[in-house]
Design a protein around this ligand. Structure first.
Ligand code: COA
Length: 380
């Protein structure tokens, strides 16, 4: 029998690398570069479905038929409306705090207007999920409009959901190419296995806390530059590099200083991230049409130089930065756009976690001391 204070050896899996913390049916991420949503290869979905179909798939476990899609879209667009108090708080938020901070607070604030707070049934959570999928993009768009002293825009049932998001943000309707770009961007960002923010949401949900608390945890986690915050940092890097010719020296300088190249590397993928090829092609297309091909060419050069030097590939955030920049989104809103898409995956995972009904609570390996003699405060 172990004595008090005697160490129990445990295997520490640093960073929980390769640890399967739960079972999931929602998405499958494989190191060789494949991603499935509910059994569908992302490559089969991305050019054939709209974001609403993906959100429906994640929340109800199946793709909708035409009638269901129309109804779902109608509900989503109707639910984009925010409570007056939330709009007031968005308008009062200090202009210098990061949009992810305001988003985190206002999602939490939404819970105060939930009319059935104590109902944690599957039906109530599906309804809540739909509302969050609809309202998170509106919070993001409203914050941007407020910060740039522009009128808030009302969503239109004439437009698709992703298109509405861009419309609410920019105040002008998207052209066909932009519509396609934002739809695909949101589809590609909708879910991604047990990434850090999804895991954070599931940990919170595993205590039977409410969905708003779980999503607030997820938003706080996504904000970090090793996760969704990388996208904004990619743009800061691209702003620093003026021409293709500067790439080699810039990247070498970063590596010499032991700095990470933002938008590169991945915990799971050891081959190219399956979302990269789609985002690269959307970026190329948008850059062609907006006379920003130099930016695209600089990105290709960065990709090649980083691969030559470190044998790592761009992740979802690298070309996503170019896509959002070309769509006219300010860089501090890149991560909020990511959150506005991942909200469908987060809510699906929260519901799955409630169904699993198990507390996520790992142990730790204590490496501190035992038996320190206690010294009263007056003798310390
Ligand atoms: N820039 C430079 N080197 C990188 C790198 C990057 N972006 N990503 C990984 N590496 C290096 C690591 O330092 C490590 O080198 P070493 O073997 O010499 O120590 C090697 O590549 C393998 O790294 P790995 O263990 O696979 O990374 P990880 O799982 O610990 O970290 C990330 C994964 C995502 C946190 C990491 O790649 C990173 O910080 N990327 C930049 C931030 C980013 O884009 N985040 C968004 C992720 S979707």
């Amino acid at each position: 029998m172990k004595k008090m204070g005697e160490k129990q050896e445990r295997v520490v899996v640093r960073g929980l690398r390769d640890v399967a913390a739960a079972e999931t049916k929602i998405s499958y991420v494989n190191s060789n570069g494949t991603l499935y949503y509910l059994g569908y290869d992302i490559d089969d979905l991305v050019e054939r479905v709209c974001y609403e179909e993906v959100a429906h798939l994640l929340l109800y476990n199946r793709l909708p038929n035409k009638k269901e899609l129309d109804e779902f879209r109608f509900q989503l667009i109707s639910e984009m409306k925010l409570p007056e108090q939330v709009i007031k708080r968005i308008k009062r938020a200090p202009k210098d705090c990061h949009p992810m901070e305001v988003l985190r607070t206002e999602v939490s604030h939404l819970s105060e207007y939930d009319t059935h707070t104590n109902d944690n049934s599957d039906a109530a959570n599906k309804k809540r999920a739909l509302e969050l999928v609809a309202k998170v993009p509106t919070i993001v768009a409203a914050l941007h409009r407020t910060r740039t002293n522009q009128q808030l825009v009302t969503p239109s049932q004439e437009y698709g959901f992703a298109e509405n998001f861009l419309y609410l943000y920019r105040g002008k309707p998207a052209n066909n190419q932009e519509k396609e770009a934002i739809d695909r961007f949101m589809t590609l960002h909708a879910d991604h296995g047990f990434n850090a923010s999804t895991f954070a949401a599931r940990v919170t949900a595993s205590t039977n806390s409410d969905m708003y608390s779980a999503i607030t945890s997820a938003i706080g986690t996504l904000k970090g530059p090793l996760h969704g915050g990388a996208c904004e940092k990619v743009m800061l890097m691209l702003d620093d590099i003026n021409t293709e010719e500067e790439v080699e020296e810039y990247i070498q300088g970063m590596l010499d200083d032991q700095k990470k190249i933002m938008g590169f590397g991945h915990r799971v993928y050891k081959a190219e991230d399956p979302r990269t090829k789609h985002l690269r092609s959307i970026a190329e297309n948008l850059c062609h049409h907006t006379d920003t091909l130099n930016l695209y060419k600089t990105c290709i050069k960065i990709e090649n130089v980083v691969h030559d030097k470190k044998k790592i590939f761009p992740n979802v955030d690298f070309y996503a930065a170019v896509v959002l920049n070309t769509l006219g989104v300010s860089k501090e809103f890149f991560t909020p756009f990511f959150a506005s898409s991942r909200i469908s995956g987060w809510t699906a995972h929260v519901i799955e976690q409630y169904q699993d009904a198990v507390l996520l609570r790992p142990s730790s390996e204590y490496i501190g001391e035992f038996g320190r003699p206690f010294v009263p405060i007056e003798k310390r």
